[in-house]
Design a binder for this molecule. Structure first.
Ligand SMILES: [Zn+2]
Length: 827
């Protein structure tokens, strides 16, 4: 089972087109360099503003200069002075609400530093910038429920710097090739905790009931990595080698904080060893914030995660859905924070490593099959995303936010995996270490990785970087095999443009046993390879280690797929491919079916789930062979996700024989098993299922669209609005739900109308933000679906306005405004 949103995204992630541009996006010129940034900030919650002071130390980069341009977005500038031995002298400046052009009054030479004092008010709501799919807004500084109007939402403040939004809350040179040390004084109501970069040096209580926290980071980092997070959080303490490792969560999730984030110290050890470079920063904190505009962000020592990170015990038993993200953000503290991509064109120098670190962590912690499964789904994301024409290092893009895509992340991570395979573990990781040491606390571009790897390995890598970093696409291969007496002939045709050259592993199966060969495919349309054989050749299988990014079209017979499943060396990707091929033949081919049944016992749970899902259980033949095993998996598999998959498969039978199996499942600690049990029970004994459903967490019900559809009218009849959170996804996309499953259409629309007709600030906002998200995704990906989204939002406005006419509350009024704002954003 997947959430409705996931299903929907799977459907719409097709037919992408991307805006191209002729503008060359160079690294920003460095005229002046940041040296140090000191800030003193407080907050006007009523006006959503931040009165502040900044002391910015700079120096000319090389050439003498008598002016400096600072980025400062949407601010009120009250004073700009030069500081000399503590004395201020006013400077002349121009300000256009984006940049502050300051006349320094004299010419400064290289390495002659100067300190500016700027008094200003940050006004995030005045900042106008184009947002992106990855980071849906660009205000820099976010006030969440600042006037405490929403009873369901805590008051919080947090910041989001990447790409160039830190300059919405402090004046700086907002480019990734700048680095500065940092100190910040944050004054907040005493009831709140604060989080920022570096070390909390001091806390001072003030007479007016506020408190000033003083944070300091002596190691320099890029302006986009500055962070402030403020609110009423539970701070759960952990540690690694004497350094604080803290988890900031809402109080409700305090008991689960270590279950969610508790592997962080192990990750710190693992990445320190793997990169041969000990974690260099003062501490490592992670905060889960409300209404965060992206998934997570690697602010130096102060990572922010979206709410989805907060999971309960019953969800965590199934799988920590956030573990990959936790590894990703931590790995950025080497690749991104310590060594920073010099420009957004080179973003992959941050994101490919963070992405690949998810693979490395899984490989270390859960084994290669788990890592490979993750890699396979990333590859699918890259290929499905219509990314073929985009260079990995891309000097032409329309908006810098476009760089946050399946190329910079997924493909970039896979490219690193290819490099690792080509160079070998020792050379690859030694090369990464060299790259880190040479560019620590500095910036880098892809060539610098190439030079480090070349130096360590002694091999030229221009051929590799030219095709994988500075060009686009991947091999699309058609494979034909001809066997004669003692030769197996492998014909490989490259169907794509541009052509590639690459090493390719080939497994030759003789007498059922594979032997590994490596050949070099040249940059030409057709390559032919002859392999001497002695026995019966059963299968010639290229890209046997699946290390090459490629789409390969090769016709395999049933017997070959069975052999691939049983004899391939790797524990995931080959088996996955074999089972995909075999599942279509289960009704007519005994061996195909037998292999699917055998896969129900596979050592890797992901393959067991795939086999379960593939079974056509309503066929009597399949059922008679699979049922005993399936029931056993449903009741006893050590992995709860396998149990849930088996229960879901059993529920397809709608057979009262499994009533007790479903009933037993409804008492499981696992949310997935419980939801699957309830869904099975729903078909057999609706009343009982519903009576159970009244006593489970909403997170369980939200996993089963069918169950949710049953509960909506019941909750509505009692006007029980406490479950709105569980309804928002289904409600937000009711028009699309109808297309996917007509039986769910009416309850989905009912949920939507109910939320809109009710005074529900939180749910209304959530529905709107989901619709806005899907609208922005569709703008590039499926423009013809846009009117459907707009229609739903217009409907929301109509219903909410009516509710406001009946009850003119300020809360309903602001909900009408939220909907109107969403509609405005569509243009
Ligand atoms: Zn990242």
């Amino acid at each position: 089972m997947k959430s409705i949103l996931t299903l929907l995204f799977a459907v719409i992630l097709l037919n992408l087109t991307w805006a191209q541009t002729d503008i060359y996006r160079a690294e920003a010129e460095r005229i002046n360099d940041l040296v140090h940034t000191k800030l003193n900030v407080q907050f006007d919650f009523e006006k959503e503003e931040m009165p502040a002071e900044a002391w910015v130390t700079l120096k000319p980069h090389f050439y003498p200069t008598k002016s400096v341009t600072l980025d400062a977005k949407g601010m009120l500038i009250h004073e700009v002075s030069l500081l000399n031995n503590g004395k201020k002298s006013p400077l002349k400046y121009d300000y256009d609400s984006k940049q502050l052009l300051i006349n320094l009054g004299k010419t400064y030479q290289k390495d002659e530093s100067y300190e500016l004092y700027i008094q200003y008010t940050a006004r995030p709501n005045e900042v106008k910038q184009e947002g992106s799919a990855a980071i849906s807004d660009a205000k820099g500084l976010y006030f969440i429920d600042p006037r405490d109007e929403d009873p369901e939402k805590p008051t919080q403040i947090w910041t989001q710097g990447e790409t160039e939004s830190s300059s919405a809350w402090f004046p700086t040179i907002d480019k990734p090739n700048q680095k500065t040390t940092e100190e910040i004084y944050i004054t907040v109501p005493d009831k709140f905790v604060t989080l920022s970069n570096g070390t909390l040096i001091k806390q001072t209580k003030n007479a007016d009931g506020t408190r000033t926290d003083y944070w300091k980071q002596d190691q320099k980092h890029a302006p986009y990595l500055f962070y402030m997070g403020i609110g009423d959080f539970a701070v759960v303490k952990d540690s690694w080698q004497g350094k604080p490792v803290d988890y900031y969560v809402e109080h409700e999730y305090e008991p689960f904080a270590k279950e969610i984030f508790g592997m962080t110290p192990d990750m710190l050890t693992f990445f320190s060893e793997r990169f041969g470079y000990e974690y260099p920063w003062d501490k490592y904190s992670q905060m889960v914030a409300r209404d965060y505009v992206s998934g997570a962000m690697e602010n130096t020592t102060a990572v922010i995660h979206m709410e989805t990170a907060q999971q309960k015990h019953g969800q965590l038993i199934d799988e920590n859905a956030w573990e990959d993200v936790i590894a990703h953000e931590l790995a950025h503290h080497w690749f991104g924070d310590l060594v920073t991509a010099e420009s957004w064109s080179n973003l992959t120098m941050n994101e490919s490593f963070a992405n690949y670190s998810e693979y490395l962590w899984r490989e270390h912690r859960y084994g290669k099959a788990s890592a490979d499964a993750h890699r396979a789904s990333d590859l699918e994301g890259y290929i499905m995303g219509g990314n073929f024409d985009k260079d990995l290092v891309r000097f032409h893009y329309a908006a810098r936010e476009d760089m946050f895509d399946g190329v910079s992340y997924n493909k970039g991570g896979y490219v690193l995996h290819m490099l690792r395979g080509y160079l070998g573990d020792d050379a690859f990781f030694a090369g990464l270490n060299k790259y880190l040491k040479e560019h620590e606390y500095d910036k880098a571009e892809a060539h610098q990785l190439r030079l480090a790897l070349e130096e360590v390995s002694g091999r030229d890598l221009n051929w590799f970087f030219n095709q994988w970093y500075y060009s686009h696409g991947h091999p699309k291969l058609t494979v034909i095999v001809e066997n004669s007496n003692d030769v197996a002939k492998l014909n490989i045709k490259q169907m794509q443009e541009p052509l590639f050259e690459f090493p390719l592993t080939v497994d030759i199966y003789e007498n059922g046993i594979p032997a590994r060969h490596t050949v070099w495919v040249k940059k030409q349309r057709v390559n032919t390879f002859d392999f001497k054989t002695s026995g019966t050749v059963n299968l010639v299988f290229p890209n046997a280690d699946h290390d090459l990014i490629a789409e390969i079209s090769q016709d395999l017979t049933t017997v070959q797929n069975v052999l691939l499943y049983n004899a391939a060396e790797d524990e995931y990707t080959s088996r996955k491919l074999a089972l995909e091929n075999l599942s279509g033949e289960q009704l007519m081919n005994e061996e195909a079916l037998n292999t699917l049944i055998k896969a129900l016992d596979d050592s890797y749970h992901g393959v067991r789930i795939q086999a379960i899902n593939a079974l056509d259980i309503t066929s009597p033949k399949v059922k008679s062979k699979a049922i005993t095993k399936l029931v056993q998996l449903a009741e006893d598999d050590p992995k709860t996700l396998v149990r849930a998959a088996a229960l879901n498969k059993l529920s397809d039978l709608q057979d009262a024989a499994y009533l007790t199996t479903f009933e037993k499942a409804t008492t499981s600690e696992s949310f997935a098993v419980r939801a699957a049990g309830l869904e099975g029970l729903l078909d057999l004994n609706r009343e009982k299922a519903i009576s159970y459903a009244h006593n489970v967490d909403d997170e369980v019900i939200a996993q089963s669209p069918e169950l949710l559809a049953e509960m909506i009218p019941l909750w509505k009849s009692k006007n029980d609005t406490s479950h709105f959170e569980a309804l928002t996804e289904m409600a937000a996309f009711y028009a699309f739900v109808a297309l996917q499953d007509p039986t769910l259409a009416a309850p989905a629309e009912e949920a939507f109308q109910w939320i809109m007709a009710t005074d529900s600030p939180h749910a209304t906002k959530k529905v709107m933000s989901l619709q806005e998200q899907i609208y922005n995704q569709m703008k590039t990906q499926q423009p013809m679906a846009l009117p459907y989204v707009k229609q739903m939002t217009l409907k929301a406005l109509e219903i909410k306005k009516k509710a406001y006419q009946e009850n003119a509350s300020s809360s309903l009024k602001s909900q009408v405004e939220i909907i109107e704002q969403t509609l405005k954003g569509y243009n």
